[in-house]
Design a protein around this ligand. Structure first.
Ligand code: ADP
Ligand code: MG
Length: 257
């Protein structure tokens, strides 16, 4: 059962005539509870669309996605994060007019109420414990010194780290990260890598889309390779590195042994 913690069952997504995910037969794979899955593939392979389908931002054209037997594809988008699913976006989504710390606090709440409370400063009195937790998360993502800054002061890489902290305050059971190292400087990347390893050790199920395969293959335990929306290969990082189909289609000759 734990092998089938998160299941994609013959999922397809079309945008008009474009078969973005699943081709004709559908994309199927499952994820073990507590595993650290790397999702890779060339540009346009359907990685972000797959994330959008799992997190409910998009509904599939056909097929089902299940988390512990609960059909996410039949669950209202707003309710899916309540099931313990957190995600970051390829382009960070933050509140530009709020401070770094306020952005993390807003993440603690579903929608609306958290934002209103943050804007009115109510959270200061309402929940010192929550603020302490938010500061601790900012520490973990390397942004503690930026807590009081406007989000507009942050670099692109720092925004990505802020997005991670905003999601972590809700303690997701399943955490999806879309290209978390893009634009992130080497020091913060290292911090992010350690943070992901810690989350993995603590039992969080991780799914990470990443172009930086050196970064990903060091820390993931399983890798799924997509090509043209379809499953090209699945295995451990070592198996994927030496998979001839993957080398030919994606990694290129320079990665061949
Ligand atoms: P990846 O993240 O692997 O680079 P995407 O999932 O973003 O790939 O995109 C897969 C394909 O679907 C691409 O051809 C992309 O142009 C297309 N696509 C993605 N989102 C949309 C959309 N909202 N409308 C139309 N086409 C889209
Ligand atoms: Mg993408």
């Amino acid at each position: 059962m734990s092998d089938n913690y998160l299941v994609l069952d013959k999922v397809t997504k079309r945008f008009a005539a474009l078969k973005a995910v699943g081709g004709d037969d559908g994309l199927s794979f499952s994820i073990r509870k507590g595993s650290f899955l790397g999702l890779v593939g060339p540009n346009g392979a359907g990685k972000s669309t797959t994330f959008n389908l799992i997190s409910g931002v998009l509904k599939p054209t056909s097929g089902r996605i299940l988390l512990e037997g609960v059909e996410l594809t039949q669950t209202a988008t707003a309710s899916i994060s309540g099931l313990g699913l957190g995600r970051t976006f390829q382009t960070p989504r933050v509140f530009g007019s709020l401070s770094v710390l306020e952005n993390v606090l807003v993440g603690a709440d579903n929608v609306g109420e958290g934002l209103r409370a943050a804007l009115s400063g109510r959270w200061r009195k309402a929940d010192a414990a929550l603020a302490a937790r938010a500061m601790e998360l900012l520490e973990r993502v390397g942004l503690a010194e930026r807590a009081g800054h406007r989000v507009s002061d942050l670099s692109g890489g720092e925004l990505r780290m802020l997005e991670v902290a905003r999601q972590l305050i809700r303690e997701p059971r399943v955490f999806l990260l879309d290209e978390p190292t893009a634009g992130v400087d080497p020091m913060l990347q290292k911090k992010l890598g350690s943070l992901l390893v810690e989350l993995h050790k603590a039992g969080t199920t991780l799914i990470v889309v990443e172009h930086n395969l050196h970064f990903l293959f060091e820390i993931a335990d399983t890798v799924v390779v997509l090509q043209s929306g379809q499953l090209l290969a699945e295995g451990t990082p070592d198996e994927i590195r030496s998979n001839k189909k993957v080398i030919a289609a994606y990694l290129g000759a320079e990665h061949a042994a």
